[in-house]
Ligand binder design. Structure first.
Ligand SMILES: *[C@@H]1O[C@H](CO)[C@@H](O)[C@H](O)[C@H]1NC(C)=O
Ligand SMILES: *[C@@H]1O[C@H](CO)[C@@H](O)[C@H](O)[C@H]1NC(C)=O
Ligand SMILES: *[C@@H]1O[C@H](CO)[C@@H](O)[C@H](O)[C@H]1NC(C)=O
Length: 742
């Protein structure tokens, strides 16, 4: 029995395990040699990114260092400059009880372009945030001497999340103002306009992201531009004894100057609403983790959409969701919706209910518009106290904002979503498709498209081969380095069917070249079928020549065949008739026929089958012409090479096959449960696993920047935790994403 077990282990499991690992690596992990990375020894936390396309640089903020990298090959450093916290600062920080190695350093957190080749940079500066200007010209980065106080612009704590954008010359930031991290604000640098320090305004918030919206453009009511802020906070309006965290969107008007007496130097236009992403099985609301503003550059702001990712509260589930909201829906709630008001019930308990009394005019929280101007109110300083007092007490709207279609676009179990970025692709059919790139805490990137309500996941994970002809790139930052990844790797599809069924709007089959190509301007002869996935347009594949095989009666025979793509499933035919699963043992990698008899002779065809909405598509992978050799049936040697791995006893082979399947199932279960890390993410020890856990915990709290760029709408950036460990491959989770598709 021991011998049997041993031979089972050695001959079956080992090769199987190896094969599976190699297969997994090749199917899911074409990392590496082709993707480009940047990291420097002893420099960590590459977490702040800024694309400057006209200069062709990716500005990168790391710990105590700023870099300018070549946008087309980020391995190429154009310049760098150090900005370290002074030894005195570090000592002071340490004396206040902070960790010298992790907290008392200068983490670059804000990087915004301000014109004249200059950038505005802020760092945590050993728990005493500072900002300064840095210029990039003639391939040199130079810090200016003058420092500015970074309080309210940049967090003190490098692990705390924050949000900021530069709108014109104004820096809007949402962060904590003090050392303890207990004074949250949304602040605009010019005029120093900020939020009230009241729990009804901001209640232990976690800031997620910011975006600006040009709502004044062609506005009939003479509306103002807005800045939106996404965050989560402890609900004040909840009838519950436990703390409940809810997601919010708030907005302010850009022209806000504060009030004259009431709300002096405070926002008079700060309004917020709950934002919901209803995941069916959840009882507690899901929490927003990231938001991305997506606008069609050919349309006005009303067509803009916020794409967001939500995850479960308190780790109650491993589901993550993507919800999309129309900016116009959100805007309408603020402009026309009802307010909530606090009413005292019993002693010391306040209930928030819908306010149904009279609403003062001008409407509380509204931007100065034509109607206000007609009434002689030209700036917020002119607003009457009644309006100001109302908004000071009741900044929360009654209505909850629901996503487009009242449900998530995508719900998925497994790796937690952390980031989202959206890029619109004009496909061969002339239609434009928003393609979502979703980062997860396991270091993978999901690429998904919504085709008429059907969510299609094109691929998961990948650090690809860069396409220099496309100049469309995704940039991902992590603690250990940054990576540059193309938006698609079309050339991985080797057949037309594979290419078409991938339903990737970036890729199409070029019949003339016989290749799956990245779609460029000349997409005339391209075969693509995004909405239905119809591969019947593909030219017929060259016929496959069957392999001749001769076996002796009574032997076992294995015909090998692997699916052509990760989506494909294997199907067998014998003499043009589908083989039923009972007729022969169909393995992951082939067909096993035991105790071959005369009737097993015939023409075997292995098909790789993929399903799409249109129909089933199959492609022949290999064909075998099996003949039975009757010359000497006494000798039981085996002659197909696939046999040699397993011993020649029939029972053993069945056991081997079953064990193989069991092994695969076990392996899959382990991956699913997260006991095993995917090969690209990390090869880590148990102790590292623990630190990994606390790190993931930290990842939720650490900083996020959303920056606005003057340029085209694509020219955007994304926050925390996607691909990772790209340099050392030690850490999971990508920190930042930026996208370039010009
Ligand atoms: C910075 O990177 C180091 C090393 O990868 C990591 O341990 C640490 O948690 C990171 N710090 C922050 C604030 O993200
Ligand atoms: C990218 O830059 C690195 C570092 O300078 C260089 O070694 C590499 O050859 C470059 N790759 C390409 C494709 O230009
Ligand atoms: C793109 O790369 C190919 C080789 O892969 C090279 O021949 C071509 O010149 C490159 N084009 C540009 C614009 O860099």
């Amino acid at each position: 029995a021991m011998n049997l077990l041993l031979s089972l282990t050695v001959f079956c499991l080992l090769p199987l395990a190896l094969m599976l690992i190699i297969c997994l690596l090749s199917l899911f992990f074409p990392l590496g040699d082709n993707a480009r990375f940047f990291s420097e020894n002893d420099v960590y936390n590459y977490s702040t990114m800024l694309l400057i396309e006209d200069k062709g640089v990716l500005m990168l903020g790391a710990r105590e260092k700023v870099y300018a990298l070549d946008l087309y090959n980020i391995s190429q450093k154009r310049a760098s400059a150090a900005w370290e916290a002074t030894p005195a600062k570090k000592t002071e920080c340490k004396n206040k009880g902070k960790n010298a190695e992790t907290e008392c350093l200068n983490y670059i957190r804000i990087l915004h372009e301000v014109g004249d080749d200059r950038m505005y940079v802020c760092g945590t500066n050993a728990f005493d945030p500072e900002c300064k200007y840095v210029s990039f010209s003639g391939d040199a980065l130079t810090f200016e001497k003058e420092m500015e106080d970074g309080k309210g612009k940049c967090p003190f704590d490098p692990f705390q999340r924050y949000a900021s954008i530069m709108a014109g010359d104004d820096l809007y930031s949402a962060t904590s103002m003090n050392f303890l991290g207990s004074e949250p604000v949304l602040i605009r640098s010019s005029g120093n306009i900020r939020t009230e320090l009241k729990s009804s305004w901001l209640n232990e918030p976690t800031f997620v992201s910011m975006a600006q919206m040009q709502e004044s453009k062609e506005s009939e009511s003479g509306d103002d531009d807005k800045v939106y802020l996404f965050f989560s906070e402890t609900a004040v309006e909840c009838d519950c004894y436990n703390k409940l965290v809810v997601s919010r969107v708030a907005r302010v008007c850009k022209g806000d100057l504060g009030g004259l007496r009431t709300l002096q130097k405070k926002w008079t236009t700060f309004l917020k609403a709950r934002i919901d992403c209803p995941v069916l099985e959840s009882q507690l609301p899901y929490i927003i983790r990231d938001a991305y503003r997506w606008c069609d550059p050919e349309k006005d702001w009303k067509s803009c959409i916020f794409y967001t990712v939500f995850t479960a509260q308190l780790d109650t589930s491993d589901l993550s969701a993507v919800c999309a909201y129309r900016v116009s829906d959100i805007s309408r709630v603020f402009a026309e919706g009802k307010y909530k008001t606090p009413v005292p019930v019993e002693t010391s308990f306040v209930k928030w209910v819908m306010y149904s009394g009279e609403v003062p005019i001008p409407r509380p929280g509204a931007c100065i518009n034509n109607a206000a101007r007609k009434a002689g109110i030209h700036k917020t300083l002119d607003l009457p106290d009644r309006t100001l007092q109302f908004v000071k007490d009741k900044p929360l709207m009654d209505q909850v904002i629901q996503p487009i279609g009242d449900k998530p676009l995508l719900v998925r179990r497994g790796a937690t979503f952390t980031q989202i970025i959206v890029n619109q692709m004009k496909a061969a059919d002339g239609n434009k498709y928003p393609v979502m790139f979703i980062g997860t805490d396991k270091g993978t990137v999901l690429k998904a498209v919504n085709y008429d309500g059907e969510m299609f996941i094109i691929e998961e994970v990948q650090i690809f081969h860069p396409h220099n002809h496309s100049f469309k790139k995704l940039y991902a930052g992590s603690d250990t380095g940054v990576a540059q990844i193309p938006l698609a790797t079309c050339e991985r599809s080797s057949s037309c069917m594979d290419c078409v069924l991938a339903r990737d709007p970036y890729c199409g089959w070029n019949s003339a070249l016989g290749k799956c190509v990245f779609i460029s301007k000349s997409h005339r002869e391209i075969i693509q079928s995004l909405k239905v996935g119809d591969a019947s347009l593909c030219p017929d594949a060259d016929p496959i020549k069957p392999l001749n095989l001769s076996v002796r009666e009574g032997e076992d025979l294995k015909l090998s065949c692997l699916p052509l793509s990760s989506l494909g499933k294997i199907m067998w035919q014998k003499n043009n008739i589908d083989l039923t699963p009972s007729a022969a043992l169909q393995l992951q990698d082939g067909l096993l026929i035991q105790n071959v008899s005369l009737s097993d002779a015939g023409h075997y065809r292995c098909l790789s089958v993929e399903h799409s909405r249109a129909k089933k598509h199959s492609i022949t992978v290999i064909e075998h012409l099996v003949t039975i050799d009757l010359s000497d049936s006494g000798d039981r040697t085996l002659d197909t090479q696939a046999q040699t791995d397993c011993a020649s006893v029939t029972g053993l082979q069945v056991a081997c096959a079953l064990l193989g399947l069991a092994f695969f199932a076990l392996l899959a279960w382990n991956f699913y449960k997260g006991h095993l890390c995917m090969p690209w993410s990390c090869f880590k020890s148990k102790s590292e696993e623990q630190s990994q856990e606390s790190q993931n915990q930290e990842a939720l709290h650490s900083g996020v920047t959303m920056s606005s760029y003057g340029g085209p709408a694509w020219n955007l950036k994304i926050p925390k935790s996607l691909l990772s460990g790209l340099g050392s491959r030690k850490y999971c989770g990508v920190d930042r994403l930026s996208i370039k598709s010009g």
